[in-house]
Design a binder for this molecule. Structure first.
Ligand SMILES: [Fe+2]
Length: 446
């Protein structure tokens, strides 16, 4: 494909909000793109001299030898090779933490938070990252880190990448304009953006402020779940994912490149913008996806299916069916189950569930779980509908019901999530979450 954002200029200038960007559709494709016609070599990846004096560089997201179906790599044709940089130096981590999480003891209690307060000081996306908790081990490339972000100014002369994992960004307020090595993406509440491990990006804020959630996936790259008997279509359809088209910056100016590595933040001052990729092809690429495109499937007869039916993306582990992380969305849908308690059921789960709310309300919680808020139900922690929801759903007339007043999501993971000390002591943590299950009456009448 050779479509460009030419009408914007090759660097995407003139597009401050990113509303009219071109994209390359399809998840897991072998995408290709060039911002200057002829910049992408034909028939080979590493010609003796790349077109227009560009440098060829491979970015490998999986081991060279991983099976073709899950192999991820991209070839980048850039003005300067990434290798041309001075040493990285340690910079403060702020509130960013990584696995293993050893701040506090693992806690079986159910936790809930209101929205992260907006920063009072000038804060960009990187400075506004705050870690909730996580699991696994960042150096073993296993597990996840869960972050909130809240920013009120764009990153300027600064780019970020994580060597530790890919960033699944879930905006909750304010759009993000993501200027990545592979091109521009716009993501706004209702979308998710996926930035692969190692890909550099700068976050600008078309709306002035932005906040949301991040699942930093240390493990295998997110992929679409298998569909089994569902068939060839459904859930998140591959064609609805959008990769960028090439757009480059030709700027000989100091740029701070922040690299999250081994759980810490490091920075090097490049003398040029590293967002200088003029052409590229490959499969290790960022995406945006509109959650409203999710094809929601569910029961047409009775019972509430397990929420795995709402999986958008999954990061598999070495055990079949056991995800390092699943990203699950509770999108607008119809409930039609007969003789069925329709909200999510009471349960205890070996998997750990971190939930967030993008907008509206969630059908298992009548109050307290608010947009921008979050809950953490750790391994085997008992949870389910609150009393008000239970009472209402137990008495409801079971006519077809449209659930369209909210957009909630879940990061579900195979290991318990250990919170950070910050998350446990934060002012926006809600004390007394247990009380939502108080007053569930004893109804047993043998
Ligand atoms: Fe649950």
């Amino acid at each position: 494909m050779s479509a460009t954002n030419a009408e914007q200029g090759p660097d995407g200038t003139g597009l401050q909000d990113g509303k009219d960007l071109l994209y390359s559709p399809g998840f897991g494709n072998e995408h290709s793109s060039e911002a200057v016609p002829g910049a992408l070599p034909v028939g080979r990846n590493s010609p003796q001299r790349a077109p227009f004096g560009l440098y060829a560089e491979q970015l490998s997201g999986t081991a060279f030898t991983e099976p073709r179906a899950r192999n991820r790599r991209s070839w980048l044709y850039r003005i300067r090779p990434s290798a041309a940089h001075p040493p990285f130096r340690r910079i403060p981590n702020g509130q960013v933490r990584s696995a293993p999480f050893l701040d506090v003891e693992p806690d079986p209690n159910r936790l809930r938070w209101g929205p992260l307060p907006q920063p009072q000081e000038p804060t960009d996306f990187v400075a506004g990252l705050v870690t909730v908790g996580g699991n696994g081990d960042v150096l073993r490339r296993e597990g996840i880190g869960i972050h909130w972000y809240a920013a009120n100014r764009p990153m300027e002369q600064r780019v970020f990448s994580s060597s530790d994992g890919e960033f699944l960004i879930v905006p909750q307020s304010g759009a993000l304009l993501l200027r990545t090595e592979l091109g521009l993406l716009r993501s706004e509440p209702g979308d998710v953006a996926l930035i692969p491990r190692g890909v550099r990006f700068r976050v600008e804020l078309p709306d002035g402020t932005a906040s949301g959630y991040v699942c930093e996936n240390y493990g295998q790259p997110f992929q679409l779940p298998d569909l089994g008997p569902i068939g060839a279509n459904g859930l998140a359809n591959a064609r609805d994912f959008r990769a960028p088209v090439a757009a480059y910056e030709d700027r000989e100016e100091r740029t701070e490149v922040v690299n999250k590595f081994g759980g810490n933040l490091w920075a090097a001052d490049y003398d040029h913008s590293p967002l200088d990729v003029v052409a590229w092809h490959g499969s290790h690429v960022p995406y945006v996806y509109d959650l409203r495109r999710f094809n929601v499937l569910g029961s047409l007869s009775y019972d509430h299916p397990d929420p795995s039916i709402f999986t958008v993306l999954t990061s598999p582990s070495d055990t079949p069916g056991l995800a390092g992380a699943d990203f699950v969305v509770f999108a607008p849908r119809w409930l039609v189950g007969e003789d069925t308690f329709r909200p999510p059921y009471f349960h205890r789960n070996v998997m750990t569930e971190f939930m967030g709310l993008i907008e509206g309300a969630y059908d298992a919680k009548a109050e307290g779980f608010v947009p921008g808020g979050a809950s953490l139900h750790n391994m085997m922690s008992a949870h389910g509908p609150d009393r008000a929801t239970f009472d209402k759903a137990s008495a409801a007339e079971l006519v077809p019901q449209r659930v369209d007043d909210g957009l909630a999501f879940m990061f579900e993971t195979r290991w318990p999530v250990v919170p950070t000390e910050f998350a446990l002591t934060a002012s926006h943590r809600q004390e007394g979450y247990d009380t939502v299950w108080e007053g569930l009456a004893r109804n047993f009448r043998p």
